[in-house]
Design a protein. Structure first.
Length: 91
């Protein structure tokens, strides 16, 4: 499980293989997170909406406890994003 931490601009990772007993795996300070407000996952990609700098950070999570930052972008139209939804155009 990935949890966004707005105040310290980090993300915590928990092992929830035993749901009533989550285990904290690590805290990720990716350097690119800036007030993350929302996270969403599709396949092995995690997207984080950064409220403070109006960007989205993309991570490869093919190895779940070790996310790797792939990209950081501001699409110009973003202004304090705090949620994400993934869809396919035409699909």
């Amino acid at each position: 499980m990935y949890v966004a931490n707005f105040n310290n601009s980090t993300m915590d990772i928990f092992d929830i293989s035993i749901p009533p007993n989550p285990v904290h795996v690590r805290n990720l300070d990716a350097g690119a997170l800036n007030g993350p407000e929302g996270l969403t996952i599709t396949d092995t990609t995690l997207y984080a909406a950064n409220f403070n700098n109006s960007t989205v950070t993309i991570f490869d999570i093919s190895i779940p406890p070790n996310p790797v930052r792939v990209a950081n972008f501001g699409a110009g139209a973003l202004n304090g994003p705090f949620g994400l939804a993934i869809f396919t155009v035409g699909g």
